[in-house]
Design a protein around this ligand. Structure first.
Ligand SMILES: NC(=O)c1ccc[n+]([C@@H]2O[C@H](COP(=O)([O-])OP(=O)(O)OC[C@H]3O[C@@H](n4cnc5c(N)ncnc54)[C@H](O)[C@@H]3O)[C@@H](O)[C@H]2O)c1
Length: 433
């Protein structure tokens, strides 16, 4: 393909060199004259292993050409990749001025070209930017000449970016057009990894998710390591063994959005570890923040319920998770207690807890600690009769069985995805989906 690349920094230069090696013809555009002349002379503008050779080969074979002429770059290519910087302002907000400028220039060049052109945003941008900022600029500047628009996040890591180009985890292409997806896919033909077609904001958001997740992983290892070191424990060995659990630890488990955690272990052990760290003057701000964040999830749902002004509320599930009768530190118990305290008339259906309250080993705990909850534990149908607002706290067969009984008058706050993709007469508000 003939591709113009706007912005010859870390992303643009590496992508251009690798695409040229794969047989594409690249026209690189950058306002920085030094970068243009360096690349034209067959040198890499950045320190990156192997990039000098790749750029030299590309330039020698005539597959990489540099220009500052936007009109020519667009006229002589079928697709433009936007790789300009999107740095932070001092207050943390994202600067989009380079992006806006380049979008306007590409749009005007498309108008002059007079025929269809594809524009691909590769810079990291916040969800909504491509459709809400880039598209209107392009629409205005192109003056009606058709263009395709997609968002294709970049995952390379500096230092190993050529290796990453040839070994991507996947390629994500966000676009609302199947044709555009097929066109952008051709850029990466022959490379390994799954090709994922998704909505534009999904592609934008998942890039942030990846980087934040990486930051969390590093901080997690560091905070584990800091206290281990003080306790004389080999943190490298701890993390090595931890990573060998690919069922719960290094896996997709616990990676679906949906309400707070609880139970007898997670909150207790977080408190125990962070207390010990405080005692030893080891600051662990990320670990300290986890329980506060978890509490925020519960309060957010409570606020949402109170905002509806409904006084008769039902809850499906109250144990700390599905498939257990354990109520210890259940976030749903905390939620119910907040709501009862605010004068809400609650009814709760949880068959496991109901059984436990009558016969199980938890009977004594419930009688002693939660007598107020025992009074409001009822059957599923009774919850639906009583309540106008229903909080779906669990996703399991007994609750799925109630879905056909939901009526138009029911409003459901769905914390777990119980009603995701399920037809119902009730109005459903998915809090995490
Ligand atoms: N560096 C990375 O490892 C990496 C990885 C993935 C994603 N990203 C994202 O990719 C984007 C680019 O990052 P980078 O590190 O390559 O940035 P960079 O600052 O190294 O390069 C940006 C280039 O864009 C050029 N530019 C500015 N305005 C221009 C315009 N109007 N037309 C053409 N070129 C213009 C600049 O001169 C510069 O050479 C950012 O959004 C970044 O967040 C970076």
């Amino acid at each position: 393909m003939r591709i113009s690349v706007f912005g010859m920094g870390y992303v643009g230069a590496t992508t251009s060199a690798c695409l040229a090696k794969e047989g594409h013809s690249i026209i690189g555009v950058d306002p920085d004259e030094n970068k243009r002349s360096q690349i034209s002379a067959g040198q890499s503008p950045i320190v990156e292993e192997g990039l000098d050779d790749l750029i030299a080969d590309g330039v020698r074979q005539g597959r990489i050409v540099m220009t500052d002429d936007y009109t020519q770059a667009v006229a002589e290519t079928e697709m433009s990749l936007i790789c300009v910087g999107t740095p932070s302002r001092r207050n943390g907000s994202l600067r989009t001025d380079f992006l806006e400028k380049v979008a306007r220039e590409i749009g005007e060049a498309i108008r002059k070209k007079g025929s269809r052109h594809s524009v691909v945003v590769r810079s990291t941008v916040l969800p909504g930017t491509t459709e809400g900022l880039v598209r209107p600029i392009l629409e205005e500047a192109t003056g009606g000449v058709p263009f395709g628009l997609s968002m294709n996040p970049e995952f390379l890591r500096e230092g190993v970016s050529i290796y990453d180009f040839y070994n991507p985890p996947f390629t994500v292409i966000g676009t609302d057009s199947k044709d555009e997806f097929e066109r952008v896919k051709l850029v990466y033909e022959g490379l390994p990894g799954e090709m994922i077609h998704c909505a534009v904001p999904t592609a934008e958001a998942m890039k942030y998710g990846c980087n934040i997740f990486h930051a969390i992983k590093i901080t997690f290892a560091n905070e584990m390591g800091m206290l281990c070191k003080r306790l004389g424990v080999d943190s490298g060995e701890v993390m090595d063994i931890l990573c060998r659990d690919t069922k719960l630890n290094i896996s997709a488990r616990y990676m679906k959005p949906g309400f707070a955690f609880g139970g007898s272990c997670l909150p207790k052990d977080l408190r125990g570890y962070t207390y010990k760290a405080r005692e030893m003057d080891v600051p662990l701000p990320m670990f300290e923040g986890i329980l506060a964040s978890n509490r925020t999830q519960i309060e957010r749902v409570a606020d949402r319920v109170l905002e509806t002004k409904q006084k008769k509320v039902g809850m499906l599930g109250i144990a700390f998770k599905e498939g257990t009768d354990d109520l210890r530190e259940s976030p749903l118990v905390t939620l119910a207690e907040i709501l009862i305290g605010k004068g809400i008339d609650m009814r709760v259906f949880d068959p496991n807890v109901h059984y436990a309250s009558l016969y199980g080993s938890n009977k004594e705990f419930i009688d002693r600690e939660l007598p107020h909850l025992k009074k409001i534990l009822v059957g599923g149908e009774e919850v639906l009769q009583h309540a106008n607002l229903i909080i779906a706290g669990h996703k399991a067969a007994p609750y799925e069985g109630l879905i056909p009984l939901l009526e138009e008058r029911h409003q459901v706050l769905d914390l777990t995805g119980l009603l995701r993709d399920v037809p119902t007469r009730a109005s459903v508000d998915g809090l995490y989906w």
